[in-house]
Write a protein that binds this ligand. Sequence first.
Ligand SMILES: [Zn+2]
Ligand SMILES: [Zn+2]
Length: 762
Amino acid sequence: MNARRFRVDGIVQGVGFRPFVYRTAASLGLDGWVANVNGHVEGEVTGPPRAIHEFAVRLRSDAPVLARVRQVRLTAVAGQPAYASGFHVRRSAPAAADRAPREIPPDAAICDACLRELRDPRDRRHRYPFINCTDCGPRATIIEDLPYDRVRTTMRHFPTCPACAAEYADPADRRFHAEPIACPVCGPEAAWEGLRGEPAVRAAVETVAGGGIVAVKGLGGYQLVCDAGDPAAVAELRRRKHRPAKPFAVMVRDLGAAARLARISATEHAALTSPERPVVLLARQRLRGAPPLAGGVHPGLTRVGLFLPTTGLHHLLLDDLDRPLVVTSGNRSDEPIAIDDTEAVRALSSVADGFLTHDRPIRSRYDDSVVQFTGRTRITIRRARGLAPTPLPLAVREPVAGAGAQLKHTFTLAADGKAHLGPHTGDLADTATHDAFLASYDHLKRLTGVEPVALAHDLHPGYLSTRWATRQPLRRIPVQHHHAHVAACAAEHGVRGPFLGVAYDGLGLGDDGTLWGGEILVADLSRYRRVGRFATAPLPGGDAAVRHPSRTALGQLLGGETLGSPRPYPWLTRPFTDRLDPAEVTAVRALVARDVNCPRASSAGRLFDTVAALLGLCDRVSYEGEAAVLLEAAAGSEHAVPLAHRVVRAQGLWVYDPAPTLTDLLERRVDGEPVRRLAAAFHLTLSIVTAELVARAVEEGAPRTVCLGGGCFVNRRLLTEVTRRLRAQGLRVLVGGRVPVGDGGISYGQAAVAAAQLAAER
Ligand SMILES: [Zn+2]
Ligand SMILES: [Zn+2]
């Protein structure tokens, strides 16, 4: 007989790991115990050496579906075991002085076994919205502290009934030590005004069926729900939420319902049904007999964001209504989603016709996650519920933090080889969002135990994340925006050496004080050198130009950087300028001529805006990236002939001069070429230009690994074409998969740069 102490690190709490250890040990006839200790699991086993070896193997190979086992360690134990025969699950040890960062399990969507019980009239949890087990249910959203036990979650308000207590204590039960265990007798209860339980759900169902808008308390916050096939309801939701055009996500009952609305690949299928249950952006199609979606759900777009029900409550709504539902963040415009019941009523009473709520508090705010696929390449657009805060690997030793950017804000806490990338919070300019960031940062710092010694932040002094960083009593490490983008990609893929970065996004502050956004960098994780860029153009009125692609286009036409080719001739631009308000054209002309409030930017995103405006697709945007999204949608699956283009050498850099491209675009438009062909031609042209910029850099000795970063690569057409062309040059091409490719990934990139710089100092 041997005795061994074991320790398992990874995501091992809140995922049914102790019951799994119990069953494994019991099946091998081992004596001993297991417990949650801070963020890991440890215990002792006594038995024949071969059985202990088998035990250690199975801890990895047979781990529960939600667990991520990073390390299993066995050590010898001297002397007699201090426990009785048999195997026991011990109470969690109190938080000790263990400084190792701890891992928080993300929320998991309802599992198939719980769904069967939900629909089984003979089950005691029939139609109970808060059904869960060790494989599913709330986690990150209810955890108040670690170790993860019911008493340190918001479920502590619900003492278990004898039946639930028996399941919780029975090692053979699939709810053995399921911390959020609940039933209609002892658990949370749905509510609608004065109604409780089943009548509350029925009231919500009737309101939605009658064309109303309902605020539903979901896992990580309130959501707004209406009938996705009802144009009036969708229009009313847009009006009340002050969200004129940004597409809404649609929840459907099951995969069959999803397949009637969109084409779904095997990869997308797997994502839709994963425990993370993200919104997946899919190619729209409509099969015969399928209920139509109101046009207002995703105006002007060919892709639709679909997701499957996350909780029992969502399943009840979908089962009863049996139609696709708009399910969108419960907020007004740029505010964070509401999680507190009183706050929800304040924020949403002017939006919702009723509240389907419940009495289980939400501790942490997690919006719905959004992903999309280009072939099998996954792009994360928003990393939140289900995905965050699962740690991502990062070569980091000393604890560091990344303060993030401004829009699509996230922060990162990293130490000991792991980066805890916090959930998406939104636009920091909103005061409530800023407060939500601070609360989320403090909470995650406390839970993970990461005490940063250095704080990385953007160069932009106006970002609220930068201002916050400068007030922290920590060493600060400024990181250029586009370096952070491509470093995020490189770090996620474990690139150690130098690489070539292609960073295309809206705007970020460069190290020369101008705005960047179409950048070719030779970099490693600690440093970078700019080797190529897009030509600059003025943004007349600064932020006003960002909101008005027509202004950006005017700026480009009137003041685009002169690189030896003529700007488009006035007779070509007249159809465009004639369409605009003459007073605005005059005002913009004056701004550009006098160079007043006209910051210059070398931005790929702004060039998308310019082309969208020139083609008459979008003169003003109501959400970031709208013009580019419409341009991509307009291109559809058209094949195209590339537009004229030119790459020149200027100030020691390779520079893309878009003037010939725009002239060609306008000429072909005047000649009657359809907008969709020209939209496709522009995408094609940008990919050719990118390949050329990269090729020139490689000829000069740049590395042959290319890391793509920045929000422009959410554009599937651009990503596909750029990747194909670079691979055809024999280059290795990488793009962010689990780290958001847009500004949501900046904090991770900042942390990667900070870690590399600290390591280089040693
Ligand atoms: Zn379950
Ligand atoms: Zn119960």
